[in-house]
Design a protein. Structure first.
Lengths: 113, 114
């Protein structure tokens, strides 16, 4: 079963609006990462938040982490049509060998111009 | 600089045939990972290499799947006697070493088994 589960599975918004995606996970983690995947392309790393961090910003991205609830959110502010993609959260667990990641099912974001 | 590359980008094969997928990691990255992404689903971990050895093969779905890595560089994922349920995008990622958090992903190989 997947460690991370994204919510919603699909999100459609107008350009300029904010998009919020949520991720829940089951086991204790070292860190949680968000990735973007454009159609037909590989995954692009967006942001990493460590288990002792609560909030992190990168440009128009804001990520929060609540380890007590085992959940994270990704906020994209002032969305653009180019933000249209699938967004995945991935967790690195405490007991993983190496630092392989466990991914959720993703949120498909469509930003309409 | 060059990123992770994978070949072929697309592969269509008939059920029962063997396929070989290739991954070229970023130069100097000692850790290499294979993932599978079925349509509309998240990524499944398949196998992890540290150097040329694979300490974790737990994600390989069956004995039809195998992978190797040589020269701490190129890796090949081989699927024998392909089945329709093997149809997916196979993604490769590399990271500098096991203590590095960021994995860099290739564009993937889209495998279709008819």
């Amino acid at each position: 079963s997947q460690q991370g589960e994204e919510d919603p599975q699909a999100l459609s918004i107008q350009e300029g609006e904010n998009a919020t995606m949520n991720c829940s996970y089951k086991t204790s983690i070292n860190n949680l990462q968000w990735y973007r995947q454009n159609s037909g392309r590989g995954l692009v790393h967006l942001i990493l938040i460590r288990s002792n961090e609560r909030e992190k910003h990168s440009g128009r991205l804001r990520v929060t982490l609540d380890t007590s609830k085992k959940s994270s959110s990704l906020l994209i502010t002032a969305s653009r049509a180019a933000d249209t993609a699938s967004y995945f959260c991935a967790t690195e667990g405490l007991s993983n060998a190496g630092n392989m990641l466990t991914f959720g099912g993703g949120t498909r974001l469509m930003v309409k111009p | 600089g060059a990123g992770v590359s994978q070949s072929p980008s697309n592969k269509v094969t008939e059920k029962g045939k063997d396929v070989e997928l290739r991954c070229d990691p970023i130069s100097g990255h000692t850790a290499l990972y294979w993932y599978r992404q079925r349509l509309g689903q998240g990524l499944e971990f398949l196998i992890y290499f540290q150097g040329n050895s694979a300490p974790d093969k737990s994600g390989l779905p069956s004995d039809r799947f195998s992978a190797e890595r040589t020269g701490e560089s190129v890796s090949t994922l081989t699927i024998q006697r392909t089945q329709q349920e093997d149809s997916a995008v196979y993604l490769c990622a590399s990271s500098r070493d096991r203590s590095t958090d960021t994995q860099y992903f290739g564009p993937g190989t889209r495998l279709t088994v008819l």
